[in-house]
Every structure is written in C-alpha cells, then in structure tokens.
Design a protein around this ligand. Sequence first.
Ligand code: IYR
Length: 218
Amino acid sequence: MSEHSDQVKHSAYEPGQSSEAAAKAFYEVADQRRTVRQFSDRAVSREVIETIIRAAGTAPSGAHKQPWRFIAISNPELKKKVRMAIEKVEVEFYEKKASDRWLDDLEEFETSADKSYLDTVPWIIVVMALRTTDDGGQVYYLNESVGLATGLLLTAANHAGLSTVTQTPSPMGFLRELLGRPENERPWMVIPVGYASDDCTVPDLGRKSLGEISVFEE
Ligand code: IYR
C-alpha cells in the first residue's frame, strides 16, 4: 500500500453575498475578456505575472500531478527569437498548410503570419504540458489538466486588467529547444500577456446564448 496524505478540513470560499450575486459579478468580469492582438508596451510587473501563474497552478489535475510549467519571457532578445521562430511556422501555415476553408474562417479575425505584437507585448508565457513528471513519473488527463490551468491563467489575467491571445503555432515543438527546456516539457500554448493598446480593436463578435450552450434537465 502506498502512503496517502492526511485529510484536512476544507472551508469553501465564502463570497460574502448571495451565490447569485457573486456568480453574476464574476460572469460580468469574464464576459469582458476578449482575445487581443494589439498590445501596449506598458510594463507589467513580474509580480502580476507570478500571481496569475499561481492562479493557473490552482487548477485541478489528474491525480494532482500538476503537469504544467509556465515559461514567462520578458527578455527582449529572447522574445525576438520566439517571434522569429513562430513567424516562420505561421508563414508555412498561411502560405501552404491552411485549407481555403480555414483561411475563410479566419478572415474576420484579420490574423496573419505577422506577429509583431510579440515585440511590443511585455510578457510571453509559453505553457508547457509535462508528458511525465519531472522525475519521470506518469501523468493523467494531460490535455484536460493543462487546459484547465490555462483557462485560469487567461481568467486571472483578464481579472487583473490584462489582455491575452491564445496562440498555437503548429507544430510548436521548436519552442522546447529554443527555450532550452527538458524533454518532458511539450510546448502546448503561447500566451502573450500585456495591456491592450489604447486603439485596440476586436472583431464585433457575439457569444452563443445560454440556450445554445446549455441543456437543463430538471
Ligand atoms: N495559428 C495561426 C492561425 C490561427 C488559427 C486559429 I483556429 C485562430 O483562431 C487564430 C489564428 C495564427 O496564430 O495566426
């Protein structure tokens, strides 16, 4: 039999108001989050980045293996290298790999292989999924776990007044070598984090309604 940790008393978060009011207040913050591609060069303190990473690290994970690592980059030379490497992959995507339908679907977002915002934005967080624990042990539900942590990271950034864009250059294995990371770390998502520029615009999108995204069986 393996050892297990002792159980300790849990006190659930107490919102200090009704659950209805607390849920609504949180929803209103979450609903302001938009994916942004125009960033200000306004500094973001390391402290803020550390705190949003801590928030991400509170996510549940398979067998509590916490199979994630967040590489936070503000070093301008390294950011430049990351930008160049990502743009190389994105040029391939836009010029060769993407189907016409995919390019059509992306048109309203005005995306392109030009990722110059990576120079402007003060931080780039590369999310690593740990294929094994650092000592070679098994992890479980890797994508689910890292997805939950990353969702919290985006939410925490938004809550702190920061903007993000979820980037998935494909393939992105090159980031592991570029960042000098060990074999068990699989680059999973790239998240530029900063303040949106004053003249930032976003596509005029709506969100699906509650009726479309839910089914209640009461
Ligand atoms: N990875 C490319 C293309 C791209 C794909 C999807 I799906 C998006 O929602 C947005 C962009 C890029 O980052 O430009």
